[in-house]
Design a protein around this ligand. Structure first.
Ligand code: NAD
Ligand code: ZN
Ligand code: ZN
Length: 344
């Protein structure tokens, strides 16, 4: 094993990533070293590289939180995984395990949580150091490239749909049918929900239809809210907003049914005005949702292992990362790009 590896670094916010050769890291006690096979490119990586959010990562850092690979080495004291296991290194890189949130299986909101590809170096590299207590366990039979989008986009939308509290037969509106949304459509159908997909791109809406959406509405059409209310007979019992655009948030609240729940998942920088009178008078719940717990992760992966959900992927080599970022920013990625470390 060579002790050098390629990694893509964010060296300055808003500047292209720099792919350079660095030493392969050594896993410390309680850590594992994962040899990367694949890593999905999430829109969050663009926010990270842009320094978009109030909590900024320390420069330089390696983005990527949909890394899948094989455990190559384990540090002292590790028993949760062994060399040769296929694991995912997710956004929820680690948590404290002891706070009130960790104790109630809400480790995603642990105040001590570390984030993969953000506060810790991530999967845009040949090797990743990970916490064995928080890695995803990839079911046998699921290829690394197929699994990659599930460890962020998959688990996030699956959990987001759960917390809409929509029940089988009820309507969910999925706003944004890109990397997250194309999986949300499939999870929602597998969960027995009726799906109204909303996007600004007719190609993505066509794709959502192919993936099982019962209705599609272009968010740019004259009265998209009225159109959604018409097909859903009153709005979504649940609404899941994955669009990285502030306009989609106010619109999404408007697409929520009386007593329905609007779940915010997209993270464009900034705030949006909440139509207070409608939210109050119609008893609408607006809630945030952040990735998913380890239990949600296992469930989300099981849907794919059972063949009920399949990420639609485009493979690219690590060296293409800046071009992939440009296309993702411009909305030109069909569903999800996965960096394939077998392709050089
Ligand atoms: P993406 O670029 O792959 O997909 C975004 C989709 O939204 C595209 O299809 C685009 O056409 C569509 N869109 C843009 N503007 C829209 C609008 N006004 N109305 C409807 N659709 C619109 O991005 P992604 O990887 O799916 O990520 C989406 C967002 O979710 C990002 O902001 C990302 O940071 C966030 N995210 C949040 C979590 C979480 O845990 N809450 C996890 C992962 C990603
Ligand atoms: Zn992500
Ligand atoms: Zn905690």
């Amino acid at each position: 094993m060579s002790n050098k590896m390629q990694a893509a670094f964010v060296e300055q916010f808003g500047k292209p990533l720099v792919v350079r050769e660095v030493e392969v890291p050594t896993p410390g006690p309680g850590q594992v070293l994962v040899k990367t096979e694949a890593c999905g490119v999430c829109h969050t990586d663009l926010h990270a590289a842009g320094g978009d959010w109030p909590l900024k990562p320390k420069l330089p850092f390696v983005p990527g939180h949909e890394g899948i690979g094989i455990v190559a080495a384990v540090g002292a004291g590790v028993t949760a995984v062994k060399a040769g296991d296929r694991v995912g290194v997710p956004w929820l890189y680690s948590a404290c395990g002891h706070c009130e949130h960790c104790l109630s299986a809400w480790e995603t909101v642990c105040p001590e949580a570390e984030f993969g590809g953000y506060t810790r170096n991530g999967g845009f590299a040949d090797f990743i150091v990970a916490d064995p207590n928080y890695v995803a366990h990839i079911p046998a039979g699921l290829a690394a490239t197929a699994a990659a989008p599930l460890v962020c986009a998959g688990v996030t939308t699956y959990k987001g749909l759960k917390v809409t509290e929509a029940r089988p037969g009820e309507w969910v509106v999925i706003s944004g049918t890109g990397g997250l949304g194309h999986l949300a459509v499939q999870y929602a159908k597998a969960m027995g929900l009726m799906v109204c997909a909303v996007d600004i791109d007719d190609g993505k809406l066509e794709h959502a239809k192919r993936l099982g959406a019962d209705a599609v509405i272009n968010a740019k059409s004259d009265d998209a809210i009225a159109a959604v209310k018409k097909v859903t007979l009153g709005g979504g019992h649940g609404v899941l907003i994955t669009a990285p655009s502030l306009g989609a948030f106010k619109q999404g609240v408007g697409m929520t049914r009386r007593r329905g729940t609007c779940v915010l998942v997209g993270l464009p920088p900034g705030d949006f005005p909440l139509p207070l009178f409608d939210v109050v008078a119609q008893c609408i719940t607006v809630r945030g949702s952040f990735v998913g717990t380890r239990e949600d992760m296992a469930e989300a992966l099981a849907f794919a292992a059972a063949g009920k959900v399949k990420a639609d992927i485009e493979r690219q080599p690590l060296s293409a990362i800046n071009h992939v970022f440009e296309r993702l920013q411009q909305g030109k990625v069909a569903s999800r790009v996965v960096l394939d470390f077998a392709a050089r």
